[in-house]
Design a binder for this molecule. Structure first.
Ligand code: S3P
Length: 438
């Protein structure tokens, strides 16, 4: 455990550049490992989660090398040619690595064991086990469909048409990645759109992938299997989920003015920016452009008086990882913020509804926890009292970073029990925060 008390700080001023997008970083290594030839990646997130993916792809035959800060090269083995790993794949804290790799392996003649930390070992894997079993893979999972588990891939796998029962980009991606090495057409029906990095990148690597949008917005995504992937040059945009902490920090700390450079603004990820603007947050998009096939801009953020709102549950998938940060913003706003439709937050790295409710309550905020959301009565901009003892982060990086931000806007500071998990997604977070408030 590495505890730290995050103290109130003066205005945040300056320019920062957040690290590469975690979702895109995972996918660039996985697809690079399946293309024949050299894929070059810049701006790769060097967090523990992505390093777990890199280690797993090496264990299955790819050459994955670091050439400099964020600069990596991947020599792939070709679709269908992944090798049997010689030892269990340790996924650490990473749900994305686990679920996407289960998809990749499901259509290879490979048996692999997956292990993870205490947080990952509590998370449901049934949601990928179900469709991948339909494709012919078999599983020996721990109780409740959890890690550790053993997966035996099918060769050949059977193409399926699968309607997603939960709005999950990880489940969608697992089925599409399994479809890459499955004869025929594999189809995923997605009633509620989720992040589309897999679709964009699969196309970029040359897979035949079709997306039809039905009148009610349902997306029908089909991929032709036994694809041949061509190596790519990928520049990974900054992670909007990491930018989120600094957006909120600047909005709630009086006198702040910060530019966050190179933030990915894919519409399937940009929900928090919309919601913070609805609350009265001053966020300007400067220099909009495209990086790595994704829309990107620099964000200028100024301290603002925020007002509580009712957050439309339909926007949840486009900011699913940003609710802990939003809850902190709401705790400092004027009036009530109501969130609902957030059952999925209970199965993230921690139960983010229960854990954020407890952490914010301990910091002096007024929180009402409901089954599928939090109702937060804001302080109207007054600093939160802060915590006496440490708040429990339950191995969840986003809880630790959100409560660090809450500390800035507190009277006595907020003590976080363990800052180590921050390294899973944002190893330089504390240095960046300290630099801005210095
Ligand atoms: C991710 C999808 C989301 C998100 C996670 C990354 C991805 O998970 O919470 O941090 O890269 O596909 P779900 O698919 O469980 O919603």
């Amino acid at each position: 455990m590495r505890p730290r008390r995050f103290l109130p700080a003066g205005p945040l001023k300056g320019r920062i550049r957040v690290p590469g997008d975690k979702s895109i970083s995972h996918r660039s290594i996985m697809l690079g490992a399946l293309a024949v030839g050299e894929t070059r990646v810049t701006g790769l997130l060097e967090g523990e989660d992505v390093l777990a993916t890199a280690a797993a792809m090496r264990a299955m035959g790819a050459t994955v090398e670091r050439n400099g800060e964020g600069a990596w090269s991947v020599h792939g083995v070709g679709v269908g040619a992944l090798l049997q790993p010689q030892s269990p794949l340790d996924m650490g804290n990473s749900g994305t690595s686990t679920r996407l790799l289960m998809g990749l392996i499901a259509s290879h003649p490979i048996t692999a064991a997956f292990t993870g930390d205490a947080s990952l070992s509590k998370r449901p894997m049934g949601r990928v086990i179900d469709p991948l079993s339909q494709m012919g893979a078999s599983f020996e999972a721990s109780e409740g469909g959890r890690l550790p588990l053993i997966l035996k891939g099918a060769s050949p796998a059977v193409p399926i048409t699968y309607r997603l029962p939960v709005a999950s980009a990880q489940v969608k991606s697992a089925v599409l990645l399994a479809g890459l090495n499955t004869p025929g057409i594999t189809t995923v029906i997605e009633p509620v759109p989720t992040r589309d990095h897999s679709e964009r990148m699969l196309r970029g690597f040359g897979a035949e992938l079709d997306v039809e949008i039905e009148p009610d917005g349902t997306r029908v995504i089909s991929i032709r299997g036994e694809a041949e992937l061509r190596p790519q040059v990928i520049d990974v945009p900054g992670d909007p989920s990491s930018a989120a902490f600094f957006l909120v920090a600047a909005l709630i700390t009086p006198g702040s003015e910060v530019v966050i450079e190179n933030v990915g603004l894919n519409p399937t990820r940009a929900g928090l920016v919309d919601v913070l603007r609805q609350m009265g947050g001053h966020i300007e998009e400067l220099n909009p452009r495209e990086v790595g096939g994704e829309p990107v801009a620099d964000l200028l953020v100024k301290h603002s008086t925020l007002k509580g709102i009712e957050v439309d549950p339909a926007i949840a998938p486009s900011m699913i990882d940003e609710f802990p940060a939003l809850f902190v913003a709401a705790a400092l706003a004027e009036g009530e913020t109501v969130t609902s439709g957030l059952d999925e937050l209970r199965v993230k790295e921690s139960d983010r509804l229960a854990v954020m409710a407890a952490a914010l309550t301990a910091s002096g905020a007024r929180i009402d926890e409901r089954a599928d959301g939090l109702v937060i009565t804001g302080s109207g901009g007054d600093p939160l009292p802060g915590t006496e003892g440490p708040i429990a982060t339950h191995l969840d990086h986003r809880i630790a970073m959100s409560m660090a931000v809450a500390g800035l806007a507190s009277r006595d500071g907020v003590e976080v029990d363990d800052t180590r998990p921050i390294a899973t997604s944002f190893p330089v977070f504390e240095a960046m925060l300290d630099g801005l408030s210095a």
